[in-house]
Ligand binder design. Structure first.
Ligand SMILES: Cc1cc2nc3c(=O)[nH]c(=O)nc-3n(C[C@H](O)[C@H](O)[C@H](O)COP(=O)(O)O)c2cc1C
Length: 197
């Protein structure tokens, strides 16, 4: 059975972002995938990469809570990330998750010719929520900057090249009907990507 790993970051369990995560999870379970959700706030995931932990990584010492996440990522066929943009980046808890979990020797390694990504062969989808208008973000170059910093620029480096991402905007001003259409789109994309892995 395929493993679908859903990584989700939003502190409000009544948020639209949470509704998106629930939709993805339900579709995935109905599809019959082995579905694992990592709700970082619910897990109270510690996002701080300490100096001691950094030093440990270079000696191959990985904290158990980090190696647990690494095993899930390693086993996953499809990884879904669902989060809002906060100040042009990941919410801090998700940034810290990446700092701690995507370690040297696990996500990438440094060879004679530079870095090599170690997470090849996985499929990924990002559903990213923003308060701003998506067309405005595209016109200003901000959407491309987010792609570089949050999606392809980051995960390509780790060997994940098959990534679909979608920004959903105007979230504070749209109607319920528009929100429902977004959830339908998220469900359809998830089904398509699950079918492809
Ligand atoms: C701390 C914080 C920073 C934010 N920064 C941005 C931003 O840089 N760009 C943007 O378009 N929206 C920004 N927003 C708006 C959120 O992206 C938006 O509230 C969220 O996607 C709406 O989803 P929700 O209803 O599930 O919370 C920010 C919101 C917060 C709380």
């Amino acid at each position: 059975m395929k493993l679908h790993l859903i990584i989700f970051a939003h502190p409000n369990s009544n948020s639209f972002t949470k509704a998106m995560a629930d939709t993805v999870m339900e579709v995935s379970q109905q599809f019959g995938a082995n579905t694992v959700v990592r709700n970082l706030y619910a897990l109270n995931f510690d996002p701080v990469l300490s100096y001691e932990e950094m030093q440990g990584v270079w000696q191959g010492i990985i904290p158990e809570e980090v190696s647990y996440e690494q095993k899930l990522i390693q086993q996953a066929d499809l990884i879904t990330m669902i989060y809002p943009v906060w100040w042009m980046g990941f919410p801090a808890i998700l940034k810290g998750y990446l700092d701690r979990v995507f370690t040297h020797g696990f996500a990438y390694q440094t060879g004679e010719n530079g870095s090599v990504g170690l997470l090849q062969g996985k499929k990924m989808q990002h559903f990213i929520n923003i308060g701003n208008n998506v067309e405005v973000y595209q016109a200003k170059g901000f959407a491309q900057a987010l792609d570089v910093c949050l999606v392809n620029g980051l995960f390509n480096y780790c060997g994940i090249t098959d990534i679909e991402h979608r920004l959903f905007g105007d979230l504070h001003i749209i109607s319920d009907q528009e929100r429902k259409a977004m959830l339908t789109e998220v469900a359809e994309k998830t089904l398509k990507n699950l079918t492809a892995v």
